[in-house]
Design a protein around this ligand. Sequence first.
Ligand code: NAG
Ligand code: NAG
Ligand code: NAG
Ligand code: NAG
Length: 422
Amino acid sequence: MRSTLRVSILLLLGLLSIANGLNAFGCGIREDKFLIAAQEIVDKGLKESGYESRDKTTGRLVPDFEKFRDGIKGTADKIHAMGLKIGIYSDAGDETCAGYPREWGVDYLKYDNCGVPDIWADEYQYWPEFWYGTWENQTGGIEAPPGYDWSQSNTAKRYNFMRDALHDQSNTIFYSLCNWGHSHVERWGNDTGQSWRMWDDVVPQWAGQIQWSWVFMPILNYGIIFLEYSNFFGHNDLDMLEVGNGNLTSEETRTHIGLWAALKSPLFIGTPIDEISDEDLGVFRNWELLAFNQDNVWGAPAFPTSVNPDRTWNQTHPAKYYSGGSKHRIHVFVINTLDKTATKTVDFDEVPGLNPKEYILQERVQIQAQDPDTAALLFVEKDGKHPCSDPKKLPKPKIYSRKPKRWLSSRLLGKPNVLSLA
Ligand SMILES: *[C@@H]1O[C@H](CO)[C@@H](O)[C@H](O)[C@H]1NC(C)=O
Ligand SMILES: *[C@@H]1O[C@H](CO)[C@@H](O)[C@H](O)[C@H]1NC(C)=O
Ligand SMILES: *[C@@H]1O[C@H](CO)[C@@H](O)[C@H](O)[C@H]1NC(C)=O
Ligand SMILES: *[C@@H]1O[C@H](CO)[C@@H](O)[C@H](O)[C@H]1NC(C)=O
């Protein structure tokens, strides 16, 4: 039997760009900035939308009492009193700060990877940001032998020290690994923390690279190779949102948040909250994107469904169609990465859960993306019912049962993953 589907277009997005990167405060951080930001999160309805913590603070081990009158703990208490959470930033170059986060009452620890002493260098190198052209062309360092277990790397050991220090504490701390995807962190990150950065730092720009920082398309291109590693309690982190920084267009802004949400990256606002434009605020609060990203029933990210389905390496034109389920129905995300207008058609046959034998579309939608542009669609049955009520029944795109041309093995933790060419 065929039921009728209703479709709602969430966003139409576009892009182009340039901008300066790096997030808002740097070393100028003080308690009042936290409290102002926290108040703004409440006032602007972001708390209501589910945003909780403000990340990126000081790397100091000893609170600077001039900047934090009652120490970090005092600031944390005030933030908690507002119903929010607070995060801090530290580094795995040494271990001296293990244990402090708990005393300070923080909820989130972002643990960076600068200044690693030589004796802690890894035996083998896997640094995704050194990839050029095709994905197997990585420069520098000694390549690991096939089957090498990256959870035995010094990088994993360094991050596990902090995990162990946090482990026995009474309060829950979200442990955010920030080692830029090195040492195949996605393979062991879920045994160590709750999220792991996949790539070098993001800057607010669509294409290209600026020194050590990278932009949206290469990050997306890399992120989609490792989607199987993201699910409940452990997430590939594509880095914080750059919305509000630089001069992103509205279309770039919506693309950035939309795709980060679709791939279930943690969503962090990385700009002064009191300066966010109403338009950007609207995207930060887009309930359908947040509903997909924060869904408590369906843990998996959206997967590419066609066009570059085998996830071949393309730093300027990654996969174009993505789909996934949430308890709010089936979501499809479509990007136009070209510099010219394109008409995109969503083929039900390629969207798991939207079997064309079962469903017809009630309203015809034509997505006309001008320049690089993205559309987010939500498919529901006419009476509002979910096309696929049981998450387990939503199959992966059938593409993934085929052997891809080029493939980074997607077996999960525990087993060594080998790079292989078919
Ligand atoms: C965007 O901002 C940067 C500085 O942040 C500036 O150099 C560039 O010209 C701007 N680009 C456009 C298109 O306005
Ligand atoms: C790898 O990429 C670098 C940087 O773009 C380039 O110089 C080099 O020729 C490439 N090597 C191969 C084997 O493609
Ligand atoms: C990550 O670990 C959690 C348990 O901590 C588990 O529930 C989840 O399935 C794991 N994720 C993946 C992708 O294996
Ligand atoms: C990336 O995709 C674009 C658009 O489909 C194509 O023109 C280009 O050749 C691809 N690049 C590589 C390296 O495959």
